[in-house]
Design a protein around this ligand. Structure first.
Ligand code: GAL
Length: 160
């Protein structure tokens, strides 16, 4: 059997990939809004990662039910506190400020906040460590169907 003269048809070379081998993190605009499809339910986790800007005064992560803020998580770098509150029918309630550690959010540092929605409360973990709990004031969880992140941070990841 003689070898054939004709060359097998050559597949065209794939186009060289122009994307970086390490994908750039998606840029999240701030303020950032996204919906939580179906609203919250127990055991759901909302995760927000970012970097506190060097001259940050404050930022917040809000869980929203229409015009109500079910949960306002508000690190205030200027006061070295992490304020938690709810705004219901236009009025802020009483602030919760206690922490088991000194101010854990630091200008220039990255962070990952996980808000774990449980039946009675939100539990907030920072970089994988439990930080605080906040008993639900707006108790109808399915109505809490949007997330807002705003203030003096660069936002690098959001998972709802
Ligand atoms: C207010 C502030 C709001 C919110 C609220 C929480 O003083 O203007 O943005 O942080 O406190 O209690």
């Amino acid at each position: 059997m003689g070898s054939s003269e004709s060359q097998p048809a050559q597949e065209p070379e794939p186009e060289p990939k122009t994307a970086d081998p390490e994908p750039k993190p998606k840029a999240y605009p701030v303020p950032y809004f996204t919906s939580i499809p179906g609203g919250l339910q127990p055991s759901q986790v909302i995760s927000v990662s970012g970097t506190v800007l060097p001259n940050a005064k404050r930022f917040h992560i809000n869980l929203l039910a229409g015009s109500d803020i079910a949960f306002h998580l508000n690190p205030r770098l200027s006061e070295k506190t992490v304020v938690r509150n709810s705004k219901i029918k236009g009025s802020w309630g009483s602030e919760e400020k206690s922490l088991p550690v000194s101010m854990p959010f630091i200008p220039g540092h990255s962070f990952k906040v996980e808000i774990i929605c449980e039946a009675q409360c939100y539990r907030v973990a920072l970089d994988g460590q439990h930080l605080l709990a906040y008993t639900h004031r707006l108790k109808h969880l399915p109505a809490i169907n949007a997330l807002e992140v705003a203030g003096d941070i660069q936002l690098t990841d959001v998972q709802v």
